[in-house]
Design a protein around this ligand. Structure first.
Ligand code: MUC
Length: 95
């Protein structure tokens, strides 16, 4: 099941720089791991924003929530999730 996910990141300015760097490094490692496993097939930076548009491929909304809430930067993100379905005019849906 595919989900479109918009993540806005807002790390507090008063967070210690070493803590910030550690969190960002942990987030990157986790993002790479999830991309390699196939559950995070798209990750795009939104131009000019500390934000991304992602597509996740997971079994359920519950699974996606567990995954998103396990991200190291989760406490500092605003997340909007849109579940996706096959569009009947999608070329890939034609037979
Ligand atoms: O930078 C971001 O958009 C937030 C988050 C998503 C992947 C990652 O490495 O960090």
């Amino acid at each position: 099941m595919l989900f479109h996910v918009h993540m806005d990141v807002a790390i507090p300015h008063d967070l210690a720089p070493d803590r910030r760097a550690a969190l960002v490094a942990e987030e990157k490692a986790r993002a790479l791991e999830l991309q390699r496993s196939g559950v995070w097939p798209h990750l795009w930076r939104i131009v000019g924003e500390y934000a991304n548009i992602s597509v996740f491929d997971v079994d359920s909304g519950d699974d996606l929530h567990a995954l998103l809430s396990s991200l190291p930067l989760f406490p500092y993100m605003k997340i909007k999730v849109t579940p996706l379905a096959i569009h009947p005019s999608d070329l890939k849906a034609q037979s």
